[in-house]
Design a protein around this ligand. Structure first.
Ligand code: MG
Length: 267
Protein backbone atom coordinates (compact mmCIF):
# COMPACT_ATOMS: atom_id res chain seq x y z
CA UNK A 1 0.00 0.00 0.00
CA UNK A 2 2.80 2.35 1.07
CA UNK A 3 4.70 1.42 -2.11
CA UNK A 4 1.59 2.15 -4.22
CA UNK A 5 1.20 5.55 -2.60
CA UNK A 6 4.88 6.28 -3.16
CA UNK A 7 4.54 5.22 -6.81
CA UNK A 8 1.43 7.37 -7.30
CA UNK A 9 3.22 10.25 -5.60
CA UNK A 10 6.25 9.86 -7.88
CA UNK A 11 3.99 9.83 -10.93
CA UNK A 12 2.35 13.00 -9.72
CA UNK A 13 5.72 14.67 -9.21
CA UNK A 14 6.87 13.59 -12.69
CA UNK A 15 3.60 14.78 -14.24
CA UNK A 16 3.88 18.11 -12.45
CA UNK A 17 7.49 18.46 -13.55
CA UNK A 18 6.58 17.71 -17.19
CA UNK A 19 3.65 20.15 -17.04
CA UNK A 20 5.91 22.88 -15.69
CA UNK A 21 8.49 22.13 -18.40
CA UNK A 22 5.76 22.24 -21.07
CA UNK A 23 4.40 25.50 -19.66
CA UNK A 24 7.89 26.95 -19.55
CA UNK A 25 8.47 25.89 -23.13
CA UNK A 26 5.30 27.47 -24.47
CA UNK A 27 5.99 30.71 -22.62
CA UNK A 28 9.51 31.01 -24.02
CA UNK A 29 10.23 34.27 -25.76
CA UNK A 30 10.80 34.13 -29.53
CA UNK A 31 14.52 34.64 -28.90
CA UNK A 32 14.63 31.69 -26.48
CA UNK A 33 12.55 29.56 -28.83
CA UNK A 34 15.10 30.11 -31.59
CA UNK A 35 17.72 28.48 -29.38
CA UNK A 36 15.66 25.37 -28.73
CA UNK A 37 16.94 23.94 -31.99
CA UNK A 38 20.27 22.16 -32.04
CA UNK A 39 22.78 23.76 -34.33
CA UNK A 40 22.34 22.75 -38.00
CA UNK A 41 19.29 20.61 -37.23
CA UNK A 42 17.96 19.56 -40.62
CA UNK A 43 14.47 19.14 -39.18
CA UNK A 44 14.30 22.87 -38.51
CA UNK A 45 11.58 24.32 -40.80
CA UNK A 46 12.85 26.06 -43.90
CA UNK A 47 11.86 29.70 -44.43
CA UNK A 48 9.26 30.36 -47.12
CA UNK A 49 10.62 30.85 -50.61
CA UNK A 50 9.65 34.18 -52.18
CA UNK A 51 10.68 36.19 -55.20
CA UNK A 52 12.30 39.44 -54.12
CA UNK A 53 11.24 42.72 -55.65
CA UNK A 54 13.25 45.28 -57.56
CA UNK A 55 14.38 48.76 -56.64
CA UNK A 56 12.69 51.92 -57.86
CA UNK A 57 14.16 54.65 -60.00
CA UNK A 58 12.87 58.20 -60.18
CA UNK A 59 11.18 57.31 -63.45
CA UNK A 60 9.76 53.94 -62.51
CA UNK A 61 8.60 52.24 -59.31
CA UNK A 62 10.15 48.88 -58.50
CA UNK A 63 8.33 45.59 -58.07
CA UNK A 64 7.22 44.42 -54.62
CA UNK A 65 8.36 41.06 -53.23
CA UNK A 66 6.02 38.21 -54.14
CA UNK A 67 4.61 37.80 -50.62
CA UNK A 68 3.75 41.49 -50.11
CA UNK A 69 0.25 42.89 -49.80
CA UNK A 70 0.20 45.57 -52.49
CA UNK A 71 -1.59 48.63 -51.12
CA UNK A 72 -1.67 50.62 -54.34
CA UNK A 73 -2.10 48.95 -57.70
CA UNK A 74 -1.15 52.08 -59.66
CA UNK A 75 -4.73 52.62 -60.83
CA UNK A 76 -7.18 53.19 -58.00
CA UNK A 77 -7.60 53.40 -54.24
CA UNK A 78 -9.79 50.31 -53.90
CA UNK A 79 -7.73 49.13 -50.91
CA UNK A 80 -8.33 52.38 -49.04
CA UNK A 81 -11.18 54.27 -47.42
CA UNK A 82 -11.73 57.60 -45.72
CA UNK A 83 -11.14 57.48 -41.97
CA UNK A 84 -14.61 59.01 -41.70
CA UNK A 85 -16.12 56.13 -43.69
CA UNK A 86 -16.82 55.87 -47.40
CA UNK A 87 -14.39 55.85 -50.29
CA UNK A 88 -10.92 57.40 -50.22
CA UNK A 89 -11.37 60.65 -52.18
CA UNK A 90 -7.72 61.40 -52.87
CA UNK A 91 -6.61 62.03 -56.45
CA UNK A 92 -5.20 59.17 -58.52
CA UNK A 93 -2.74 60.01 -61.30
CA UNK A 94 -0.67 57.85 -63.57
CA UNK A 95 1.04 55.42 -61.19
CA UNK A 96 0.58 57.55 -58.09
CA UNK A 97 -2.02 58.89 -55.70
CA UNK A 98 -2.09 62.33 -54.16
CA UNK A 99 -3.54 63.97 -51.07
CA UNK A 100 -6.69 65.88 -51.96
CA UNK A 101 -6.51 68.75 -49.47
CA UNK A 102 -9.52 68.83 -47.10
CA UNK A 103 -10.61 65.33 -48.18
CA UNK A 104 -9.26 64.00 -44.87
CA UNK A 105 -6.97 61.16 -43.92
CA UNK A 106 -7.31 57.79 -45.59
CA UNK A 107 -6.63 54.31 -44.25
CA UNK A 108 -6.26 50.80 -45.58
CA UNK A 109 -9.32 48.58 -45.49
CA UNK A 110 -7.12 45.81 -44.19
CA UNK A 111 -5.62 45.84 -40.70
CA UNK A 112 -2.01 44.89 -40.03
CA UNK A 113 0.07 43.84 -37.03
CA UNK A 114 3.86 43.69 -36.92
CA UNK A 115 5.03 44.51 -40.42
CA UNK A 116 7.55 45.66 -42.96
CA UNK A 117 6.23 48.62 -44.95
CA UNK A 118 7.59 50.14 -48.13
CA UNK A 119 6.16 53.47 -49.25
CA UNK A 120 7.38 56.14 -51.65
CA UNK A 121 6.41 59.78 -51.52
CA UNK A 122 7.08 63.08 -53.21
CA UNK A 123 6.41 66.62 -52.00
CA UNK A 124 5.18 69.45 -54.30
CA UNK A 125 7.62 71.04 -56.73
CA UNK A 126 7.96 73.97 -56.72
CA UNK A 127 7.67 73.93 -52.94
CA UNK A 128 5.22 76.13 -51.07
CA UNK A 129 5.43 77.40 -47.50
CA UNK A 130 8.00 76.86 -44.80
CA UNK A 131 8.60 74.75 -41.73
CA UNK A 132 5.66 72.40 -41.03
CA UNK A 133 3.62 74.08 -43.75
CA UNK A 134 5.69 72.58 -46.56
CA UNK A 135 4.89 69.22 -48.12
CA UNK A 136 3.44 67.83 -44.90
CA UNK A 137 1.75 64.44 -44.73
CA UNK A 138 2.39 61.42 -42.57
CA UNK A 139 2.49 57.65 -42.39
CA UNK A 140 0.51 56.57 -39.34
CA UNK A 141 1.47 53.03 -38.36
CA UNK A 142 -1.55 51.25 -36.90
CA UNK A 143 -3.37 54.58 -37.39
CA UNK A 144 -1.69 55.99 -34.28
CA UNK A 145 2.07 56.37 -34.63
CA UNK A 146 3.24 58.94 -37.18
CA UNK A 147 6.40 58.76 -39.22
CA UNK A 148 6.52 62.30 -40.53
CA UNK A 149 6.39 63.08 -44.23
CA UNK A 150 7.65 66.61 -44.90
CA UNK A 151 9.72 68.60 -47.35
CA UNK A 152 12.87 68.82 -45.20
CA UNK A 153 15.23 69.51 -48.09
CA UNK A 154 17.02 72.74 -47.22
CA UNK A 155 14.05 73.58 -45.02
CA UNK A 156 14.22 73.78 -41.24
CA UNK A 157 11.63 72.84 -38.65
CA UNK A 158 11.90 71.44 -35.11
CA UNK A 159 14.05 68.30 -35.11
CA UNK A 160 11.38 65.87 -33.95
CA UNK A 161 9.00 67.08 -36.65
CA UNK A 162 11.13 66.82 -39.77
CA UNK A 163 10.92 64.13 -42.43
CA UNK A 164 11.41 60.62 -41.03
CA UNK A 165 10.92 61.76 -37.43
CA UNK A 166 8.74 59.70 -35.14
CA UNK A 167 6.64 62.82 -34.82
CA UNK A 168 7.08 64.58 -31.50
CA UNK A 169 9.37 61.83 -30.19
CA UNK A 170 12.53 61.09 -32.16
CA UNK A 171 14.32 63.17 -34.82
CA UNK A 172 15.83 61.06 -37.60
CA UNK A 173 19.51 60.12 -37.14
CA UNK A 174 20.25 61.98 -40.39
CA UNK A 175 18.37 64.25 -42.74
CA UNK A 176 18.46 62.09 -45.89
CA UNK A 177 15.88 64.17 -47.77
CA UNK A 178 15.78 64.48 -51.53
CA UNK A 179 14.62 67.67 -53.25
CA UNK A 180 10.91 68.37 -53.67
CA UNK A 181 9.36 66.64 -56.66
CA UNK A 182 11.73 63.66 -56.39
CA UNK A 183 10.53 60.27 -55.19
CA UNK A 184 11.71 59.31 -51.71
CA UNK A 185 11.45 55.93 -50.02
CA UNK A 186 10.61 54.76 -46.54
CA UNK A 187 11.32 51.19 -45.52
CA UNK A 188 9.83 50.68 -42.11
CA UNK A 189 9.93 47.74 -39.70
CA UNK A 190 7.25 48.05 -37.06
CA UNK A 191 6.51 45.90 -34.03
CA UNK A 192 3.26 46.90 -32.39
CA UNK A 193 2.68 47.26 -28.67
CA UNK A 194 1.41 44.37 -26.56
CA UNK A 195 -1.09 44.55 -23.74
CA UNK A 196 -2.17 42.02 -21.16
CA UNK A 197 -5.87 41.03 -20.97
CA UNK A 198 -6.39 43.81 -18.43
CA UNK A 199 -5.05 46.41 -20.86
CA UNK A 200 -1.70 46.90 -19.09
CA UNK A 201 1.18 47.69 -21.44
CA UNK A 202 3.53 44.71 -21.65
CA UNK A 203 5.77 46.07 -24.40
CA UNK A 204 5.87 49.37 -26.30
CA UNK A 205 5.87 49.56 -30.08
CA UNK A 206 9.27 49.62 -31.80
CA UNK A 207 10.10 51.12 -35.16
CA UNK A 208 13.05 51.09 -37.52
CA UNK A 209 13.01 53.49 -40.49
CA UNK A 210 15.26 53.60 -43.54
CA UNK A 211 14.87 56.82 -45.55
CA UNK A 212 16.23 56.75 -49.08
CA UNK A 213 18.43 53.81 -48.09
CA UNK A 214 19.75 55.48 -44.91
CA UNK A 215 19.02 54.18 -41.39
CA UNK A 216 17.27 57.05 -39.62
CA UNK A 217 15.35 55.35 -36.80
CA UNK A 218 17.16 52.45 -35.16
CA UNK A 219 14.63 50.27 -33.35
CA UNK A 220 13.33 53.09 -31.15
CA UNK A 221 10.68 52.49 -28.50
CA UNK A 222 7.62 54.58 -29.36
CA UNK A 223 6.37 56.38 -26.25
CA UNK A 224 2.68 56.26 -27.23
CA UNK A 225 0.28 57.55 -29.89
CA UNK A 226 1.19 60.66 -31.87
CA UNK A 227 -0.54 63.83 -30.73
CA UNK A 228 -0.14 67.57 -31.24
CA UNK A 229 2.19 69.12 -28.66
CA UNK A 230 1.86 66.22 -26.26
CA UNK A 231 2.97 62.65 -25.70
CA UNK A 232 -0.05 60.75 -24.45
CA UNK A 233 0.44 57.31 -22.92
CA UNK A 234 -0.62 54.09 -24.63
CA UNK A 235 -4.15 52.88 -24.48
CA UNK A 236 -5.00 49.24 -25.19
CA UNK A 237 -5.35 48.56 -28.90
CA UNK A 238 -5.96 45.45 -31.03
CA UNK A 239 -2.90 43.68 -32.44
CA UNK A 240 -3.97 44.64 -35.95
CA UNK A 241 -5.05 48.08 -37.14
CA UNK A 242 -5.12 49.86 -40.53
CA UNK A 243 -2.32 51.93 -42.00
CA UNK A 244 -3.33 55.59 -42.24
CA UNK A 245 -2.01 58.44 -44.39
CA UNK A 246 -2.40 62.06 -43.38
CA UNK A 247 -4.11 64.90 -45.22
CA UNK A 248 -2.26 67.98 -43.99
CA UNK A 249 -3.64 70.17 -46.79
CA UNK A 250 -0.64 69.65 -49.06
CA UNK A 251 -0.79 67.69 -52.33
CA UNK A 252 1.87 65.12 -51.41
CA UNK A 253 2.10 62.12 -53.73
CA UNK A 254 2.58 58.43 -52.96
CA UNK A 255 3.39 55.39 -55.07
CA UNK A 256 4.74 51.82 -54.78
CA UNK A 257 3.21 51.05 -51.41
CA UNK A 258 3.33 47.53 -50.05
CA UNK A 259 3.40 45.74 -46.74
CA UNK A 260 4.56 42.36 -45.44
CA UNK A 261 3.19 41.10 -42.17
CA UNK A 262 5.89 39.69 -39.92
CA UNK A 263 5.61 36.28 -38.38
CA UNK A 264 7.76 34.37 -35.93
CA UNK A 265 10.03 31.69 -37.36
CA UNK A 266 8.13 28.64 -38.55
CA UNK A 267 4.73 30.34 -38.48
MG1 MG B 1 2.56 65.10 -40.78
Amino acid sequence: MRRAILFAGSCLVVTLFLSIMAATKTSATPQEAKHEWEIHDRNRPQPPVITPGTGSTQEKPGLPPSDAVVLFNGKDLSGWESIHGGPALWKVGEGYFEVAPKAGDIQTKQAFGDCQLHIEWSTPDPPHGEDQDRGNSGVFLQELYEIQVLDSYHSVTYADGQAAAVYGQYPPLANASRPPGQWQTYDIVFHGPRFDPGGKLLRPAYVTVIHNGVLVQDHVAITGPTAHHQRPPYHPTPEKLPLRLQDHNHPVRFRNTWIRELHEEGQ
